[in-house]
Design a protein around this ligand. Structure first.
Ligand SMILES: [Zn+2]
Length: 270
């Protein structure tokens, strides 16, 4: 279960039951007073036209508060694709201080090495985390609708199976804050596209407020896809907090009209 925490004015969520088994996962919020509007107040991402020095101040403040060494940070340039990258200690510091240095065209990242502080960024898209405590592997993935459509969660589980000989039955699977079906209206072509792609996808939609519109449940979609990949229901957890309904706490791309910062999902093996 996600647990809300606060330290020196930083508000975030963690997974204490994962930490017992050796993985630390942190979901940041936007609560802070470093970033300026429309990115206020703790924007973690360099790709959103925020002032670079403000982003780096926010990141450094966050990492210092949580006692994470800056040179352990590793991040990616997310493109709503399904490319995944396994990282090692040779990648330490990549993307920490510059966007250009982050791994290009990558939406998931995983490792079996300790301390590497993997960083991914979100505003409405669903943050996914996967942990194998038996073979010690940890990964993150960025699942907006395009990632979900391409089953990036299933791809991450498969990549960790391959790389670490993981059994999905041993794996923990977590979903952080994302836009929920209350606020995620889509049109008929979106609906049809998913129905063509996945059996049972109709369960991920409910009627919209107007004819020919549907509400999309990205959390249900990702849970079902994870179960299909072998994750046990009892090993799954979801924060179930809508980013669009809670813009005081999280960034929302839809809710802000497309101009906002990004909160982060971070993880490391201890
Ligand atoms: Zn909502």
């Amino acid at each position: 279960m996600w647990q809300q925490s606060e330290k020196d004015g930083i508000f975030f969520y963690t997974l204490p039951h994962w930490k017992i088994f050796g993985a630390e996962v942190i979901l940041s919020t936007r609560i802070g007073n470093i970033s300026k509007p429309p990115f206020d107040g703790l924007n973690m991402a360099l790709h959103v036209d925020d002032q670079e020095e403000d982003v780096l101040s926010a990141r450094c403040f966050f990492m210092d508060t949580l006692s994470v060494p800056r040179d352990e940070f590793v991040s990616i340039q997310q493109t709503h694709g399904k490319n995944l990258r396994r990282i090692t200690s040779l990648d330490r510091g990549r993307g920490a201080l510059s966007y250009q240095d982050a791994f290009a065209d990558t939406d998931g990242i995983y490792t079996n090495e300790s301390h590497l502080f993997m960083a991914t960024f979100y505003a409405d898209c669903l943050p996914l985390a996967v942990f194998d405590p038996v073979h010690r592997g940890l990964g993150l993935a960025h699942a907006g609708w395009k990632g979900t459509y391409q089953n990036i969660g299933g791809a991450l589980i498969d990549a960790m199976k391959e790389a670490f000989d993981s059994d999905p039955k041993d794996m923990f699977f977590a979903m952080g804050a994302g836009i929920m079906s209350c606020c995620y209206e889509v049109d008929k072509s979106f609906y049809r596209r998913f129905l063509d792609q996945y059996d049972g996808a109709s369960q991920w939609f409910s009627p919209g407020c107007t004819p020919e519109k549907y509400m999309f449940d990205n959390i249900k979609a990702n849970s079902d896809l994870a179960i299909k990949a072998g994750i046990l229901k009892e090993n799954m957890t979801s924060l179930n907090r809508c980013t669009c309904c809670h813009q005081e706490e999280f960034y929302s791309y839809r809710g802000s009209g497309g101009h906002c910062g990004r909160h982060g999902l971070f993880a490391r093996l201890l």
